[in-house]
Design a protein around this ligand. Structure first.
Ligand code: GDP
Length: 478
């Protein structure tokens, strides 16, 4: 709820001028009749020495974000969900194919592998789920939508090519998500392969092999000659054991959409990774803005199945419309409930689109710091030359104070791209360009995602802006 400066001043027994003066201290230029929001009012009132208690409206959880925590006794181990990342042409697709082919068992020979967006293999009787779209772009796009499904990232690095720009991007994207990395040093069949050089290069990014005193798992593989595949699977299971991945299979399902499309014959089809509970044919579901009753479930071998358990990917048929990747599927009581929820969500979304976004911008940084909402300022940094990247990265990091830590979550040479914007969106970061600009796609995406993108040509101006923002003194941009 908002009120005008004048109304607000009256409540506090102050003059409007006093309030306007206080607002100016925070870099807000307001007139008497200007509306101020509850957050701002809280800060100003506190400044005048009032104690503020904010009354929370009881809101219906139409997005079903609150999942009742499971009793530990109901939890059972679940398969790990793995994403393959790395530089272009280093062998991500080949590796995914090699893993899939190596593990087609006799019983499944009849089933033809379907590309539904994810697949499962078995190793020593245990299952592993692989997301079929390699690369950190899809991974981060999902994260930007609030969905994180990946438990482990496989970083593919070609032994003949070594660490390349997208290798570094992948590392930073996985780190920003807090996902452990297993390094697959690929193409070791090549005569010019230099696996040790790859290991050496990766130490710079904190990925240090166990043999060298670190804790990163490295596996040497050849996707082409199918060398090291079993060992890689072994290591995935090992890392997943350390993470103790568990879920309660005996409750209504929750899952995430990883792919969806409109199929000519079958209608809307969504590939869902079940994350907890069990999804059954006949369940009423709400999925993002869509809903329906599960008419059929199809697994990654093209077989109809009656149910899907945690970490299992399935195609879900029976939705009224095509959901988006990253949407959460939740089973509800009945189809009527599902429909009502979906309709409420659509209305809310429409309203929200009209309202401003809550992404960080330098201008409201100080407010968020004051409210304790922000303790870290995440930055994606791009510059024209490597030297500047390093110099600015270090200077930025040194701006950290006791209240706010400045984190450069990704830095690199070159224009600001869509991937940078997605990473910023997923990590609630701002994007800084030094002597580089966003390309046109990135500019469009930044508008949609409401990402604060700033470009500079002079280092001290850049640093001054960040310092000013942290102190609440930033002049609004013109
Ligand atoms: P992606 O862009 O990372 O998905 O890479 P691809 O899987 O498309 O592979 C790029 C190229 O490298 C293709 O020509 C593959 O045949 C080749 N390649 C992939 N893995 C290996 C390998 O282990 N050894 C050799 N010699 N070539 C490989």
């Amino acid at each position: 709820e908002s009120m005008t400066v004048q109304e607000f001043a009256k409540i506090m027994g102050k003059t409007a001028a006093e309030v306007i003066k206080k607002l100016m201290n925070y870099g807000i230029l307001a007139t008497i009749n200007q509306e101020i929001d509850a957050d701002t009012a809280t800060i100003i009132a506190t400044d005048f020495g009032f104690e503020v208690t904010v009354e929370k409206e009881e809101k219906e959880d139409i997005w079903l974000t609150e999942e009742t925590p499971d009793d530990p006794e109901t939890l059972e181990p679940r398969p790990p969900i793995v994403t393959v990342m790395g530089h272009v042409d280093h062998g991500k697709t080949s590796l995914l194919d090699a893993i899939r082919q190596t593990n087609v068992t006799a019983t499944e020979a009849g089933g033809i592998t379907q590309h539904i967006g994810a697949y499962q293999v078995e190793h020593h009787g245990r299952k592993i789920t692989f997301i079929d779209t390699p690369g950190h772009e899809a991974f981060t796009a999902m994260r930007a939508r609030g969905a994180q499904v990946t438990d482990i990232a496989i970083l593919v690095v070609a032994a003949d090519d070594g660490v390349m720009p997208q290798t570094i991007e992948a590392i930073n994207h996985a780190k920003a998500a807090g996902v452990p990395i297993i390094v697959a040093v690929n193409k070791i069949d090549k005569p010019n392969a230099q696996p040790d050089r790859v290991k050496q290069q990766l130490t710079e990014y904190g990925l240090i092999p166990e043999a060298w005193g670190g804790d990163t798992v490295f596996v040497e593989v050849s996707a082409l000659k199918k060398i090291g595949i079993e060992e890689l699977l072994e290591m995935i299971l090992l890392v997943s054991d350390l993470k103790e991945l568990k879920a309660n299979p005996n409750k209504p399902a929750r899952g995430t959409v990883i792919e969806a499309q409109l199929d000519k014959g079958r209608g809307p089809v969504a590939t869902v990774l079940v994350q907890s509970g069990t999804l059954n044919v006949g369940d009423a579901v709400v999925v993002g803005l869509t809903y329906g009753r599960v008419r059929a479930l199809v697994d990654d071998k093209g077989r109809r199945v009656k149910k899907a358990t945690p970490s299992m990917p399935v195609e879900v048929l029976g939705l009224n419309d095509v959901p988006s990747a990253g949407d959460i599927l939740v089973v509800v009581e009945d189809e009527k409930t599902a429909r009502t929820l979906a309709e409420k969500r659509q209305n809310q979304k429409r309203e929200e689109e009209l309202r401003a976004s809550n992404k960080v911008s330098l201008e409201d940084l100080f407010k968020h710091i004051q409210e304790g909402k922000i303790k870290e300022l995440n930055i994606v940094l791009k510059a024209d030359v490597h030297g500047s990247v390093e110099a600015i990265r270090q200077s930025l990091t040194r701006l950290s104070t006791e209240e706010v830590k400045v984190n450069v979550i990704h830095s690199g040479v070159g224009a600001i791209t869509e991937t940078d914007i997605m990473l910023a969106s997923a990590s609630n970061a701002i994007v800084i360009g030094f002597n580089v600009r966003p390309d046109s796609n990135a500019r469009k995406l930044a508008e949609v995602e409401k990402i604060d993108v700033r470009v500079y040509r002079i280092i001290y101006e850049l640093l001054d802006d960040i310092k000013a923002a942290m102190a609440g003194l930033l002049e609004p941009e013109h």
